[in-house]
Design a protein around this ligand. Sequence first.
Ligand code: HEM
Length: 523
Amino acid sequence: MTDVASQGPAPGDDRPVLTNRQGHPVYDNQNQRTVGARGPATLENYQFIEKISHFDRERIPERVVHARGVTAYGYFESYGKWGDEPVGRHTRARLFQEAGKRTPVAVRFSTVIGGRDSSEAARDPRGFAVKFYTEDGNWDLVGNNLAVFFIRDAIKFPDVIHALKPDPVSHEQKPARIFDFMSQTPESMHMLVNLFSPRGIPADYRHMQGFGVNTYKWVNEAGDTVLVKYHWLPKLGVRSMTEEDAAAVQAGELGHATKDLYEAVRRGDHPEWELVVQMMSDDDHPELDFDPLDDTKVWPEQEFPPRPVGRMVLDRMPDNYFAENEQISFGTGVLVDGLDFSDDKMLIGRTFSYSDTQRYRVGPNYLQLPVNRAKHATVHTNQRDGLMAYEQDQHGQNPEVNYEPSITGGLREGTYPTHDEQGPEIRGRLTRKRIPRTNDYLQAGQRYCLLEDWERDDLVKNLTDLISQADRAVQERMVWHFLLVENDLGLRVGEGLGIGPKDVAHLEPLAGQDLTDEDRERL
Ligand code: HEM
C-alpha cells in the first residue's frame, strides 16, 4: 500500500499543514505507528493517542433539560419610553434608558424534554433564553414560549421533569407517567391547557412568543421597586402545529426549526420580537384572586397593560455549534443593576440550579468562554485557577495581590449603589407552606374559553388520546380536574374516556388542596 506521507504536497497546494495540539506536523494521518505493517502498535505513539483520546472526550454532558437547541445572535434596541413616560421612571437598568440604544444579544431556542438530537416537532414547551451583553455586565432572561409553568415551587422541578422524561426502566416515553404526576398536581392545569393545545407545538422558532414566566423586579434611581413580567412578541405572528402537522414534519426532518432559523437569517430574513413588560406595585395585592409571585398565573392585560420597551433582531448565526450552542450558559441569577429578583419560589430555586449545573456540565470556568463572558463590561475578579482556567483577569500594576482588602494594590470594592436596600420589608416565621390563593382552575378555564374552536378540538383530542393510556384512577382524577377547569372540557375529555361526571362525583379534593368557593360550588 502506498504510504500517503511519502507523497508530499501536490504542486501548488498551499493549504496549511495538519499538526497535533503540540504544534508538531503530522506526516501520516492514515496509519498509526506499528512494529511492521501488521502491528503490534506501540504505546509511545503520541500523535495517535492524542487524537483518539481527545475524540473520546468530545462530548460534554447534554443539558439535563433543554438539550436540543439553536443559538442566534443579534441586538436589542431600546425604545427609551412608552408613550410619554420614560422607562427610567421604573428601572435604572442602563440598557433601557435611551431610545435607539443597542445591546448585543445571544438567544438560544430549545425544546425541553428530548435529548440533543431529538425531534424539534415534539409537543413540549420551547425555551427562549436571551443573553444581553450590556456595559454593566450580562443579563440573562431565561424564558419559555408558554406564559405559565407546571409547578410553583422549585422543590418539585426534578419530579415534574422525571414524570415528563422517559421511564427509567425501559426508557419509553409514557403518557401514563405524565398524567399520574399531573393528576396529583392541580396547579399544572393551566399549563396543560396550553401545552396540549396547538401552542404546544410551535411551527418553528421564528413564529413563537417568549415569556419570562417568573416575576422579577425593577428598581429605579430612587430605589423604588415594582414587580414585572416580561414577554417577547414575534413580529411574524404565532404559528402552531397540530399533532398531524408535526408528524408529517418530523417524518422528513428532526431539526426543522434549527434549519428554518439558519436559512432565514442567512438569507437576510432577520426575525424580530418586541419586548413588552407588565408591571404592578411591589406588594402582595390582596385584591387579586391569585398571587403575583405564582408562575402558574398570568396577569390580566386589562389591569396590567403590556408596555413595549424595545425590540430584538436576530441577524447572525454561530460559526460553531459546540462552542456557541452547547457551551452557552444562561441563568436567572444573571441580572444587572436596575433589575432584581422577586420572592417567586420557582425563581429562587432556578437561580441556584443554572450555575450549579453549568459548573458541572461545562466546567467551573464556564464564564471564561467567549460566548459566556461579559464581553461589553470590564471583568476583574480574584478568582483563580480551576479546571480549564484560560485566562486570569488583569489586575493592573499589582498582579500578585489576588486578595482584597490590601494596602499594596489589587482590586478595590465598587461604590455602593445609592439605594441597595430596596423593596418592602418582610418578616415571617420559617415554614413550609403553599402560597395562599392557589386558585388552580380559574385561569385554566379562561384560557380554554379563549381558544378557537379548532384549537379546543385539538386539545380535547390530544388529552383524550394520551390520558386513555393512564390507569383508570388517573383518568378519573383528570376528568375531575377538567370539570373544575371548565365544564365543557371535563365533559368532552370524559366522553372520550367513557367517564361521566357521576363517575367522579365520589372523589374528594386532593390532600391539602385549596379550593375556592366557586370551585366548591362546581363540585
Ligand atoms: C435550562 C433548571 C424552570 C427555562 C435549564 C437547565 C436547568 C434548569 C438545570 C439546564 C441549564 C444548562 O445545562 O445550561 C430549572 C429549574 C426550574 C426551571 C430548577 C424550576 C425550579 C424553568 C422555567 C423556565 C425555564 C419556569 C421558563 C421560564 C429554561 C430554558 C433553559 C433551561 C430556556 C435552556 C437554556 C439554554 O438554552 O441553555 N433549566 N428550570 N426553566 N430552563 Fe429551566
